[in-house]
Design a protein. Structure first.
Length: 672
């Protein structure tokens, strides 16, 4: 048997603080062979990212390895000086970080940041480096790569920034790729392209991958080995095929039970009670015992060891093998996931609209020359019509760069529309000046895609939540305000006593919950949710989806839900609008669009959704090519350059909207 490329042995990592040493990674061991994908899954705060940062020796200040070995081809990286580690990072091993907005340098163009690795490790400069960067941008699906070379991170969408991070990581074709949520911010078509790219790179170069993700469907398609992590420890590790037949540990089973799968549409999802214990918490027994659905008295006082089951599986559970409490539970298959509509709703589809958007356009000027004259426009949103009834959810889906986030920001008037009407409770927000908007802002709020960059790092969580309440309800002070802040934290699944902490002290998923709590603080009637669950693991996603559903049922809230997770759309939304290059190409009830899509683009989106069925995907992207630039949209139908069924008339004129039913509309020549 060949030696593994990476062998981690009893690695421990601790956070060093005034209160002592808090162990975040506790004696973790695993092996990764060349060409193998090792998936590490678990909730936010379990230590997955710190495990990855420990392997690459990129731990932040105040965090340090306290024991163990990191053997890379037999060389212990833990004992190397920093100067020697720089020869490994980027060339021999590379990392895709979870939050690209905080990982990319905001004052350097993204093309130059990718070229920096090529210059440092491969000696490429000038035209050779530029050509290689263009190849990488094209490989990860960045449209109009030549224009993107000179753009800065803030000019790119969240998905675009993630693709830049992936291009930077694979630039030198490393032997080991540490991927921390590499496809979290990507829509399903680009996710399919990226996964196919990584798989091809593995086949060609024998690259190994440490994959950290909360998406079990991605794990099913990519991983050869799976390890489940909880509170700094690995609680189950086994071959991926066996894991997806039936997980053994109660934590793994409960994680799988929180997935939005067929038959649960509109219903409450199962979620794991409580939260991951904070760093430094010392439990004498099993760390999962307080949240376990099959606890035993001995679990509270006796810490289980990670033991083998005889079939190559490792499980950390005292009750393993006890029937029927901890028997293997089969994973539900997502091979046909998206055909069910919600079983009930709080409002009829014909209810009065809380929001009506008509002919919305948002165009950004392109300026060039010394005098910065306008030479063109980026047509980010180019004539969008939407309607959201009271107490209903409209999901807006499409690839990154299609204009979804721009629509959301224009609706809440964070961007000024070039044309169109935004009617909120009968008032046209598009015609109001900034000071005139103030009385209306309490009625609509937004949850941003990137929680880290949208939370003030200098403010404590309590002050972040209280800021909007005090501004819009000056009478809410003292104990009343304190009680409201505590209730919000508990409502989104955070400890009530975490209000005095800063955003950087939370995991990515916990920061997203803080952002949702802040949006709910003003008690809005309309909530624009821009990828609110993209950074969350499945258990927290279930909590948030349940929370949004409960709030809608109790308060009659309306949601514009911007997402790339089609399974979440099927579970939460009443209606769905599919967007491509600034325009809506298909709109209808969820059951109409997802069960019987008519537009070729919608069909490609649904065909790109990965499933939990092992081997069901061929790792080939369903939709090839790149989305055209909104600065130069193609003549005729915007989708025609990528459409597999394109006809002559598709290249000549943009199709009119065709009504297939009272609620189902499609903009496509082929529906005739």
């Amino acid at each position: 048997m060949t030696a593994p490329l990476l062998s981690v042995r009893n690695m421990s990592t601790a956070v060093l603080g005034g209160a002592g040493v808090a162990l975040a990674v506790d004696h973790v061991s695993f092996d990764i062979a060349a060409g193998e994908t090792f998936a590490l899954v678990g909730e936010s705060g379990c230590g997955k990212s710190l495990t990855a940062l420990s392997v690459t020796r990129l731990l932040p200040q105040g965090v340090a390895m306290t024991g163990g070995q990191i053997l890379f081809e037999g060389h212990d990286l833990a004992s190397l000086p920093e100067r020697s580690m720089r020869d490994y990072r980027g060339r021999r091993m590379a990392m895709i970080f979870q939050e690209p907005a905080t990982s990319l340098n905001p004052v350097i163009p993204v093309g130059a940041q990718v070229a920096e690795a090529l210059q440092r490790h491969l000696g490429l400069r000038g035209g050779a480096a530029t050509r290689r960067v263009l190849e990488l941008f094209d490989a990860v699906g960045i449209p109009d790569p030549l224009r993107r070379l000179g753009e800065y991170p803030f000019q790119l969408s969240g998905g675009m920034r993630q693709r830049v991070m992936i291009a930077m990581a694979i630039a030198c074709e490393p032997d080991l790729l540490v991927a921390d949520e590499p496809t979290t911010a990507l829509d399903v078509t680009i996710q399919a392209q990226v996964l196919a790219l990584l798989s091809d790179l593995q086949r060609r170069t024998g690259m190994a991958m440490l994959l950290i993700t909360h998406d079990f469907a991605v794990v099913a398609q990519m991983a050869s080995q799976v390890a489940v992590m909880y509170a700094g420890q690995i609680v189950e590790a086994r071959d991926a095929d066996r894991f997806f037949e039936a997980p053994l540990h109660p934590y793994a089973r409960q994680l799988v039970g929180a997935l939005p799968v067929p038959g649960k549409a509109g219903q409450r999802l199962a979620n794991i009670a409580g939260v991951v214990p904070p760093l430094g918490t010392r439990l004498p027994g099993c760390r999962f015992e307080p949240r376990c659905d099959v606890p035993d008295p001995q679990c509270a006082g006796q810490a289980p060891a990670l033991v083998g089951t005889g079939d190559g599986c490792l499980v950390r559970c005292l009750r393993h093998g006890a029937e029927p409490l901890v028997s293997p539970a089969p994973i539900p298959c997502l091979a046909t996931p998206l055909v069910q509509t919600r079983l009930s709703s709080t409002a009829d589809e014909r209810s009065d609209p809380v929001l009506e958007v008509t002919g919305l356009k948002v165009h950004f000027p392109i300026r060039r020359g010394i005098l910065r004259r306008t030479v063109g426009h980026v047509r980010a949103v180019d004539g969008v019509d939407l309607r959201i009834g009271r107490g209903r959810t409209l999901a807006l889906v499409g690839e990154s760069g299609c204009g979804k986030t721009t629509v959301g920001k224009a609706i809440v008037r964070l961007l000024d529309p070039a044309a169109g009407r935004i009617s909120f409770d009968g008032t046209d927000l598009a015609q109001l000046e900034d000071d005139e908007l103030i009385p209306f802002r309490k009625g609509f709020q937004i949850v941003f895609q990137d929680p880290f960059s949208s939370l003030d790092p200098r403010m404590r969580v309590r002050d972040i939540l209280a800021e909007g309440v005090v501004a819009m309800e000056p009478s809410c002070r003292g104990n009343l305000l304190e009680s409201r802040m505590t209730g919000l934290l508990v409502q989104v699944g955070l400890p009530a006593d975490c209000g005095n902490r800063y955003p950087h002290e939370f995991s990515g998923g916990q920061r997203q919950r803080i952002a949702i709590a802040r949006a709910l603080a003003a008690r809005p009637r309309l909530l624009v949710c821009d990828e609110p669950t993209s950074a969350l693991d499945v258990s927290v996603q279930a909590q948030i989806l349940n929370l949004l559903g409960d709030l809608q049922n109790q308060l009659g809230l309306s949601y514009l839900f911007i997402t790339h997770n089609i399974s979440v759309v099927a579970h939460l939304a009443h209606e769905v609008a599919v967007m491509y290059l600034g325009r809506i190409v298909e709109h209808g009830r969820v059951d109409e669009v997802l069960a019987a899509p008519r537009h070729p683009y919608t069909k490609a989106l649904l065909a790109s959704v990965p499933t939990l069925a092992r081997g069901s995907g061929n790792m080939a992207p369903v939709l090839g090519g790149d989305m055209p630039s909104p600065a130069q949209p193609p003549a005729g139908c915007h989708f025609s350059p990528r459409c597999p069924d394109v006809q002559a008339e598709c290249r000549l004129s943009y199709p009119k909207v065709t009504g297939l039913s009272a609620t189902h509309r499609v903009a496509c020549h082929l529906v005739k």
